[in-house]
Design a binder for this molecule. Structure first.
Ligand code: NAD
Ligand code: UDP
Length: 315
């Protein structure tokens, strides 16, 4: 019957978000080429796509030149370690994929005449002095702290993306992603959602860093992917925050996980990591106005689906 309409390249396509994006694009009848070196991703995230004639996986480091004979309509640049534990263990690969990997991915988009979307981050705002964060805020980032390798790589990535837009007229988009959760996160990736759920399901204490008063705002993965899809299909070139403004403290989050998993786990307090942002909440006025987007999945529903996913993985 219907042939695919477009070809999309997803760098980081075997990761948490990249694999969900692949699923969404296949339902939109795109042919999908996922490029990933599996440094923090896993083929298990895309194994359900094996044998799908519209899906191709290429194991490659995108800091090396990307050669593709295929025509390409969209480049979605998601490759980068994303969990604080990952980018603290991989500081140089994180800087390289943000700089060289973004340059190569933009070069691919330019060569192919494709639209380009950068998966940027709320970390561009650093430990913010403006709350909630809107896209006009320039941020409060420590360039030489341990998180600087990620924050500055993404800020460089935003700068080179805008340069390719202004100088080479590439049709670019920048999404600033706020904390997103859902199935396919790695149980041990160190981020707070898998950490607390894994600990609760194993009856271990939940490890709260600091006094637990720092805040985060958690977005369910399908909501995020929908906002990102809308952004790519728009003609808007400035950064757009995508995230769920429902904010809570990390202690409240721990209490919710304890309640929903009905665990007997306690809470255990550990030192706060250096430069850990004290507050984080997206101002999504721009996404609402430009993309007619706002999150649909309530925290309790999304987190229950995520708990169910991890339940099968905790021994
Ligand atoms: P993830 O670690 O699951 O996925 C990242 C993928 O990129 C992995 O599969 C990894 O192997 C791949 N990768 C890394 N370096 C590469 C390289 N040099 N060449 C090829 N592949 C490479 O993380 P994620 O949560 O899916 O994050 C995806 C993107 O979204 C990242 O760019 C991240 O910065 C951004 N982001 C995510 C969140 C979130 O809450 N999940 C928040 C803000 C930004
Ligand atoms: N955190 C925590 N315990 C953990 C892991 C994380 O208290 O086991 C805290 C972390 O210090 C931060 C928040 O939870 O304040 C979110 O951390 P995460 O690693 O998920 O991502 P971040 O939002 O910091 O990028």
């Amino acid at each position: 019957m219907s042939a695919h309409l477009f070809t999309s390249v997803i760098t980081g396509g075997a990761g948490f978000l990249g694999s969900h994006l692949a699923d969404r694009l296949l339902t939109e009848r795109h042919k999908v080429i996922a490029i990933d070196n599996l440094i923090t991703g896993n083929v298990a995230n895309i194994q359900h796509l094996a044998g799908n004639k519209d899906f191709k996986f290429i194991c490659q480091d995108v800091t090396e030149y990307i050669f593709l004979p295929d025509p390409v309509n969209f480049v979605w640049h998601f490759a980068s370690p994303a969990s604080p534990i990952d980018y603290l263990e991989l500081p140089i690969p994180t800087l390289k994929v943000g700089a060289l990997g973004t340059h190569n991915s933009l070069g691919l988009a330019k060569n192919k005449g494709a639209a380009f979307l950068l998966a940027s981050t709320s970390e561009c705002y650093g430990d913010p002095l403006v709350h909630p964060q809107n896209e006009d805020y320039w941020g409060n980032v420590n360039p030489i702290g341990p998180r600087g390798v990620y924050d500055e790589a993404k800020r460089f990535a935003e700068a080179i993306t805008m340069a390719y837009h202004r100088y080479h007229q590439v049709n670019t988009k920048i999404v600033r992603i706020f904390n997103t959760y859902g199935p396919r996160m790695r149980l041990k990736d160190g981020r707070v959602v898998p950490a607390f759920i894994g600990q609760a399901l194993s009856g271990e204490p939940l490890t709260i860093f600091g006094d637990g008063s720092q805040t985060r705002s958690f977005c369910y993965v399908t909501d995020l992917i929908d906002g990102i899809y809308r952004l790519m299909m728009s003609d808007y070139h400035q950064p757009v925050n995508i995230g769920n403004p429902a904010e809570m403290t990390i202690q409240q989050f721990a209490e919710e996980i304890i309640r929903l998993t009905k665990t007997s786990s306690t809470m255990e307090f550990h030192p706060l990591p250096v430069d850990d942002p004290k507050v984080r909440q997206p101002d999504i006025s721009r996404a609402k106005k430009i993309l007619a987007w706002e999150p649909q999945i309530a925290f309790e529903k999304g987190i229950q689906t995520t708990i169910d996913f991890f339940q099968q993985r905790v021994s």
